[in-house]
Write a protein that binds this ligand. Structure first.
Ligand SMILES: [Fe+2]
Length: 187
């Protein structure tokens, strides 16, 4: 019987998780990351790449998206008195891409390739599934689904819109934005 891989404390990589005030949301967010890590085939988190065409580590992108989401939210709250649920936003930003851990796998050459799960289902579906299974609010699962071009609908909540745009900004900063690559017009 093979031992199940130990979990992972995402707070070591994304300390901004401590900004989630609601203890239940904070703990469930951490639990989803840890569960996905245990399911993944990666030996080191640093081996998970932003996508299968680059060796750039995903976790740097993930943290940058979380930090940008917080700072953009604080800015629009300050200038426009916008109403933003920071717990929902931060949890969604931490989890949006966590299922890359199982949507991809090491290719044995220092890079990554799509797993069977990643080939069958749209990006982020499995993160959203795990979020719901952990008992996180549906709004968080919806934001996770809506952060990607693969989804069939626009981001609806302000939290989802912030997450969508900062994710695109970060991908553009890495030269990996899909607008440039595909010319897709977002639906
Ligand atoms: Fe993503």
């Amino acid at each position: 019987m093979s031992a199940r891989k130990a979990g992972l404390d995402i707070a070591k990589y994304i300390p901004e998780i401590s900004r989630i005030k609601d203890r239940s949301i904070r703990e469930k967010t951490s639990k989803v990351w840890s569960a996905l890590w245990s399911e993944s085939k990666y030996a080191r988190l640093e081996d998970l790449t932003v996508n299968t065409s680059t060796k750039y580590p995903h976790i740097v992108h993930n943290r940058s998206v979380v930090v940008m989401a917080i700072e953009v939210a604080e800015t629009v709250m300050k200038f426009h008195k916008a109403k933003i649920d920071m717990d929902v936003l931060i949890s969604s930003a931490i989890l949006q891409d966590a299922s890359k851990l199982v949507e991809t796998e090491p290719d044995g050459k220092g890079g990554t390739r799509k797993s069977e799960l990643g080939g069958r289902f749209q990006h982020a579906f499995y993160s959203a599934h795990m979020a719901l299974e952990a008992g996180l609010p549906m709004q968080i699962a919806e934001n996770i689904m809506e952060h990607t071009f693969d989804n069939s609908s626009y981001p609806k909540s302000l939290e989802a819109k912030i997450l969508f745009y900062v994710d695109q900004v970060d991908m553009a900063a890495l030269g990996l934005d899909r607008w440039k690559k595909t010319g897709a017009v977002y639906r």
